[in-house]
Design a protein around this ligand. Structure first.
Ligand SMILES: Cc1cc2nc3c(=O)[nH]c(=O)nc-3n(C[C@H](O)[C@H](O)[C@H](O)COP(=O)(O)O)c2cc1C
Length: 348
């Protein structure tokens, strides 16, 4: 990948649509699950410690290898020391991992992260933030991007900060429309993000409370794209919009698409659950995979009838075979309803 990667992508897509980086979610299995349904999505990994990557070969070898379907894959890292970032960049850039870009976390509001000088604390340590981007940009041929927030506590200048990042070599910046102090409270506000795009040349991506693809396209306005996080839980269809249902791949499903939301059939949900569980166990092993899959599967079955009983079983399952049994049981119990859409109330 070259430094002009994002500009090149904007020649292909009118707006860039991203899976937001989410710790505890955005691993290989999650990304594969999203891309299976929505191949146009750019995936950013959950964040990894730059320090961890340089000190543990095991970490690099467990989080950087991925499947072709996830490409182009962006790896997000956090830290505070430019030199450490530069070393981590060298590891990530190894051609054997085929990574497309490196994103720097400058938005995480978690107390522990902020106290140690990582994440959103870089919004108040601007010079360190700029030094990190510069060190990364010099250390790798990959494009560097930054994900941050409107400000730390309302007292910082977003435009000056983003201009500094751009000058240091950042090729794209994503802004979550909340301050770090707000964490996840209140509503995301894109007003200052729209304004920012007028003051920098690099693409600006808007993030926060985007419900689905069409909502993202609407909210993006003058921005170069949008990012969806929480709405993708158990819902890879969040990345599909009106235009996708006009294509050959999706046009037969258009009756499940209402007001920007796709309501999958029961059969599609079960298939997605099977796929996600299979990929998680394949990448993390039976023990870890079958525990981690619990939180994902209950999201997929949010609109299932008789949800309580199955939810309970899925969150307490101890093994992959138990998970598979529950999914199979659902398939058998509702065998006559596999083409129906629970979210549209087609199953009592
Ligand atoms: C469970 C969870 C984990 C997250 N982990 C990260 C992370 O590793 N890196 C990051 O930049 N943001 C992280 N975020 C923030 C999201 O990327 C995103 O900015 C936020 O959820 C707002 O977008 P949304 O309203 O579409 O979810 C996380 C959010 C959630 C809910």
């Amino acid at each position: 990948m070259s430094k002009s990667f994002w500009q090149d992508q904007l020649q292909i897509h009118e707006k860039l649509c991203f899976l937001a980086p989410m710790d505890g979610y955005g691993d290989s299995a999650y990304r594969q699950s999203m891309k299976r349904v929505a191949p146009h999505v750019y995936c950013i990994s959950e964040f990894y410690s730059a320090d961890g990557l340089i000190h543990s070969k095991f970490l690099a070898d467990s989080v950087l290898p991925h499947q072709t379907i996830e490409d182009p894959l962006i790896i997000q890292i956090f830290g505070k020391d430019p030199e450490v970032f530069a070393k981590a960049a060298k590891i990530i850039s190894d051609p054997k991992y085929n990574i497309a870009g490196i994103d720097v976390n400058m938005g995480c509001p978690a107390k522990k992260v902020v106290r140690s000088g990582h994440g959103s604390s870089l919004l108040i340590n601007e010079q360190t933030a700029f030094d990190i981007v510069k060190a990364l940009d010099e250390a790798t041929h990959l494009p560097i991007s930054v994900k941050t927030r409107l400000s730390f506590d309302g007292n910082q200048d977003l435009i000056a900060f983003a201009q500094g990042l751009q000058k240091s070599g950042a090729k794209l910046v994503t802004i979550h429309g909340r301050t770090a102090k707000q964490a996840y409270t209140g509503n995301a506000d894109f007003t200052n993000i729209y304004e920012l795009q007028k003051h920098v040349d690099i693409p600006v991506i808007g993030n926060g409370d985007v419900e689905n693809y069409d909502d993202g396209m609407k909210k993006a306005q003058n921005l170069n794209g949008f990012m969806i996080g929480r709405r993708s839980f158990g819902n890879p269809w969040a990345f599909l919009g009106k235009k996708h249902f006009e294509t050959d791949t999706w046009k037969d499903h258009v009756n499940g698409f209402k007001d920007g939301i796709y309501y999958p059939t029961l059969g599609e949900m079960l298939e997605a659950m099977d796929f996600h569980a299979d990929k998680l166990v394949a990448t993390k092993g039976e023990k870890k995979g079958s525990l981690e899959i619990r939180k994902h599967l209950v999201q997929y079955i949010k609109s299932f009838p008789g949800v309580k009983e199955y939810r309970k079983r899925l969150v307490t399952t101890e093994s992959y075979s138990q998970t598979q049994e529950t999914i199979l049981e659902l398939r058998q119990k509702f065998s006559a309803d596999l083409l129906k859409r629970p979210g549209l109330g087609e199953i009592e």
